[in-house]
Write a protein that binds this ligand. Structure first.
Ligand code: GDP
Length: 191
């Protein structure tokens, strides 16, 4: 396995994070509504892959959104063996409010569906809880996020799977730790 894939809705901070991890700038001047393939960059021993936004995209037509989702699902299914770690990037500042809204409509929140899909593929999954700079009560927010994804509180016992970060502020230490241990597992011949 040699790929680390970043997945999440548009606007959660994927490209900002991708740039921090790889030094490569992507999506400059990109218009919504145009299906684009993933951005890829080699950094050290791994290739980072920045997927297009999963699900709703402001300004994009429904057909494009569905096409993007299909593309991502197919990519993950076909490449599962090559994926060292799937990083699901979420906007921690709005996750709970959006999940509540979906559940109020009787729907499974998109991010919960995505997380379950990744887990069902037997991928190693890390949740990058981004935009933590906008969150007031960090522990309560991270507990609530974890709980929605089936990780019972306190969130701190899931530090190998939940990484509170602020990509904009360059604060991604917890995610780097998770990446480091995936790389160690790999060189140890582990899962
Ligand atoms: P993408 O669509 O998921 O690739 O998201 P972008 O990387 O383009 O970021 C979307 C917006 O969120 C931009 O305005 C970023 O500056 C902003 N953003 C990204 N990371 C953070 C963060 O950690 N904190 C805050 N407050 N804003 C962020």
């Amino acid at each position: 396995a040699s790929e680390i894939v970043l997945i999440g809705r548009s606007n959660v901070g994927k490209s900002t994070l991708f740039r921090l991890l790889t030094g490569k700038r992507v999506r400059v001047g990109r218009r919504p509504g145009v299906t684009v393939g993933p951005a890829r960059a080699l950094a050290g021993a791994v290739t980072y892959v920045d997927m297009p936004g999963y699900g709703y995209m402001k300004g994009a037509e429904r057909g494009v959104q569905e096409g993007t989702k299909d593309f991502i699902v197919r990519y993950l299914e076909e490449k599962a063996d090559e994926i060292l770690l799937a990083v699901q990037v979420i906007d921690a500042a709005s996750f709970i409010e959006i999940a509540d809204r979906w559940e109020g409509r009787g729907e499974i929140p998109l991010e919960v569906e995505l997380f379950e899909f990744l887990t069902d593929l037997d991928l190693a999954v890390a949740v990058a809880a981004n935009k933590m700079d906008k969150v007031e009560d960090r522990d309560a927010t991270l507990d609530a996020i974890g709980e929605r994804l089936g990780m019972l509180p306190p969130w701190r016992q899931w530090r190998d799977r939940i990484a509170p970060i602020s990509a904009k502020g360059g604060e991604i230490g917890p995610l780097k730790e998770i990446i480091k241990s995936s790389l160690q597992d790999r060189s140890a011949g582990g899962p």
